[in-house]
Design a protein. Structure first.
Lengths: 276, 92, 390
């Protein structure tokens, strides 16, 4: 170990003075940020053209940590905000990194419509099955029977199959990885960044401090071991069968299609309008 | 015995696997243990040493085993560990 | 950058006969608006429809978002990406937009929100006029802040004040509201649209500070307004709805940061009041009774004041063009010679409270009118007569 050159290879992707970040020990959010940085690094993307938009939640802090133009919106609205950004300046690469509650509870409607429109946004969801920032309430991806502070008798709501939803809404690229699958997550992020249209990557992310402790996985290692045991890599399996259960987390790519993006159709339409 | 220990590449005298130098940024580590757990060569273990956060840092038990796979660098949520390629001109 | 000729193609200079909503859309285009995100709602739908047709013609963007919450969010996004942006709605949509209006205030986003006010509360009377959202514009979102709101009284003003709204929003980096009642929004009148070169257009201040890790996107100038960096120019700045410091970094811990930021958000409007406020005074210098009104009620008010003068009553009209910040001084100035104020509003008493506050004891008579018909001049004339008898 040395002390002189302690500059992390991804330091240039991190906003100066903001690291160490606020996330807990073992939090999957940090891994997502790491993979995002690695993807940007490997693609050699000009960071001046990247905008990171996030909503409210622990993962919502991510936009404060990236060394890019970034915006932290109101709860549930990063996709709508990002739509405005992308349309106003189509040259920008706009990534929305937010949480399961932000994107699918309060923000569900915006997700559905941006996917339907095939808005050229790169959406990454940190799905940690809980509302961590506010102390551990349940959300639309909390597993049935799970204990949270607002499901003290066990969760009685069925959980969302985000992959199915994204595919049904028309996203052109849909993938799921856990925070353990760092290499493949990075590859998926790279793919999404280079693909035109609405891309969605669900990252099954550990919240050991809250979800883990409440549900018999008290340490970071125990939660990540769950990912290791339960995940199965199956590319292009049926999105309808991709719901997460305690014994099975199907990971891989589910959708990879081509479809003209909203921006492309808008450009054509504008040309026609001006010719009248 | 695992396969990797008895299969020897034919050009193993000409091509050497890269060697890594482990760097730990102590004040960033939050002690999650992922790097220790998932290093495929068991280069790391938990140390007795505590950082200013009060967590046990990882320690290098055999740096010569590090092959620069960089899994620790990728899995660390806190950008607290990274590997630099060792300059092996003088032998590693 | 467009040439003057190109710019002038987009501005429909000349004489027109159009309705208020359409004039508002044309005013926005003349001011440089190139992004509209909205959701159809009576009686503002015509603004969206006009924008849907005109935005592609001027290389702008029209997008119909899934709801008003998304519309306001997209407006902020477009503005932060460097494009002048607006939305238009009515009461129910205005309520939905409030949280993101707060975000626009907190992130000092230049943008224009048009509310063609209808009868409320709730779904109310979608096709009937109202002036019931004027307090909501000031206090609708949570927290402490100041905003600017303008009240057009004619179709010409729908054009002119929309241009003014954009200019004010760019100058002060604040959301500016155009509050028109449904009558002003839907009526048809003659509009003169000037040549593009003679329309005064203001653009947001650009940063002169160099890029770099220490760049402070919310460092104010002496006028308390920070120059605005936009995305994609290498500033790599962060903006958040959390309380933040001048560098845009969240400061959820510090009372000093909260005080500094929130006080400045208020002060940047309060300390620039004189430059912002517009009022039209008609026959006020020697008035014994002053009618204070805005929007469609001011049209009836003007007629009532003229009729009163014809019978020898010294009546005057103070027409509020700026509703917020409220023109306190303009009211206080006439208190010496005015015996009473008459405030007609199409609500149950909103701006009248501000008049009462500014009038510091001078009697104020309030005349409410709800529903389809605006105030008749005769109704206001009756009240003018009554207050003088007392």
């Amino acid at each position: 170990m040395t002390t002189e050159e302690l500059v992390h290879p991804y330091e240039r992707f991190l906003r100066k003075g903001m690291i160490p970040h606020i996330w807990c020990e073992g939090c999957g959010n940090g891994i997502i940020l790491n993979c995002f940085a690695q993807a940007l690094d490997e693609l050699n993307i000009d960071l001046d053209n990247v905008v990171v938009v996030s909503g409210i939640g622990c993962i919502g802090r991510v936009s404060g940590y990236t060394n890019t133009d970034s915006f932290h919106t109101t709860h549930g609205r990063p996709i709508a905000f990002a739509t405005g950004v992308k349309l106003a300046n189509p040259e920008l690469k706009v990534a929305v990194i937010s949480g399961d509650g932000d994107l699918f509870a309060i923000g569900g409607n915006h997700f559905i419509h941006a996917a339907r429109r095939n808005m050229d946004l790169k959406v990454i969801c940190a799905n940690n099955f809980i509302y961590g920032m506010t102390g551990g309430q349940y959300g639309p991806t909390t597993p049935l029977d799970a204990w949270t502070t607002t499901t003290p008798y066990g969760n009685i709501e069925h959980t969302f199959n985000l992959i199915h939803l994204a595919a049904a809404c028309g996203a052109v690229y849909v993938a799921r990885w856990t925070a353990l699958h760092v290499r493949r997550l990075t590859e998926s992020i790279k793919k999404a960044l280079q693909k035109e249209g609405f891309t969605f990557i669900e990252v099954v992310s550990q919240c050991p401090e809250i979800f883990g402790r409440y549900n018999k996985m008290e340490t970071p290692l125990k939660m990540i071991q769950w990912f290791k045991q339960a995940s199965q890599v199956q590319h292009f399996s049926d999105p309808a069968k991709a719901e997460i259960t305690p014994n099975k987390i199907v990971v891989g790519e589910f959708v990879d299609i081509e479809k003209p993006s909203y921006g492309r159709l808008l450009k054509d339409m504008t040309t026609r309008a001006k010719q009248r | 015995m695992p396969a990797r220990t008895w299969r020897k590449p034919l050009d193993s005298d000409k091509i050497k696997p890269p060697k890594g130098e482990v760097h730990i940024i102590a004040n960033r580590c939050k002690g999650c243990g992922y790097c220790i757990e998932f290093c495929p060569r068991d280069v790391l273990d938990t140390s007795e040493e505590l950082n200013e956060r009060g967590v046990h840092l990882p320690k290098v038990i055999d740096e010569s085993k590090c092959t620069l796979c960089r899994f620790c660098t990728a899995i660390c949520p806190d950008f607290a560990i990274f590997i630099k390629e060792k300059n092996c001109k003088d032998g590693c | 950058m467009l040439t003057a000729t190109e710019k002038s193609k987009f501005v429909l200079s000349g004489q027109h006969f159009m309705n208020g909503d359409v004039a508002c859309a044309e005013g926005a285009i003349a001011a440089g608006c190139r992004f509209f995100a909205g959701y159809p709602i009576t009686p503002a739908t015509e603004i969206a429809e006009r924008m849907a047709r005109r935005m592609p013609e001027v290389d702008g963007i029209y997008i119909q978002m899934e709801d008003e919450i998304a519309s306001m969010a997209a407006v902020i996004g477009a503005s932060y990406a460097g494009v002048k942006a607006m939305t238009a709605t009515s009461g129910p949509g205005f309520s939905l937009m409030q949280e993101n209006i707060g975000l626009a205030i907190m992130t000092e986003t230049p943008c224009v929100i048009v509310n063609i006010m209808r009868g409320g509360p709730s779904t109310g009377q979608p096709t009937m006029p109202g002036q019931q959202d004027v307090m909501q514009a000031r206090w609708g979102t949570h927290g402490d802040y100041e905003i600017i709101a303008l009240a057009p009284s004619s179709v010409q003003e729908m054009f002119d004040l929309t241009v003014e709204a954009f200019n004010l929003s760019e100058t002060y980096r604040v959301p500016v509201f155009v509050l028109a009642d449904e009558i002003v929004g839907h009526m048809w009148e003659r509009v003169t649209i000037p040549h593009a070169e003679s329309i005064h257009v203001v653009n947001r201040k650009k940063p002169t500070q160099l890029h770099g890790e220490d760049y402070a996107p919310f460092q104010p100038d002496r006028d308390l307004v920070p120059p605005m960096a936009v995305f994609g120019q290498g500033y790599r700045f962060h903006a958040t709805g959390l309380t933040h410091d001048e560098r845009g970094r969240p400061r959820t811990d510090s009372s000093e940061a909260q005080t500094r930021l929130v006080q400045r958000l208020c002060d940047k409007i309060r300390k620039n009041k004189e430059k912002i406020i517009q009022v039209e005074n008609v026959m006020v210098e020697d008035a014994e009774v002053a009618v204070v009104a805005y929007g469609i009620a001011a049209r009836a008010g003007l007629s009532a004041v003229r009729k009163a003068r014809a019978t020898g009553i010294k009546a005057g009209l103070i027409r509020l063009i700026t509703l917020w910040p409220f023109p306190d001084e303009q009211i206080a100035k006439v208190v010496n010679h005015v015996k009473a104020f008459v405030v007609p509003e199409m609500n149950c008493g909103q701006m009248v409270r501000e008049v009462e506050r500014a009038a510091k004891g001078t009697p104020v008579a309030f005349l409410s009118k709800l529903g389809e018909e605006p105030h008749r001049p005769s109704e206001i004339l009756d009240v003018i007569g009554e207050v003088l008898k007392k």
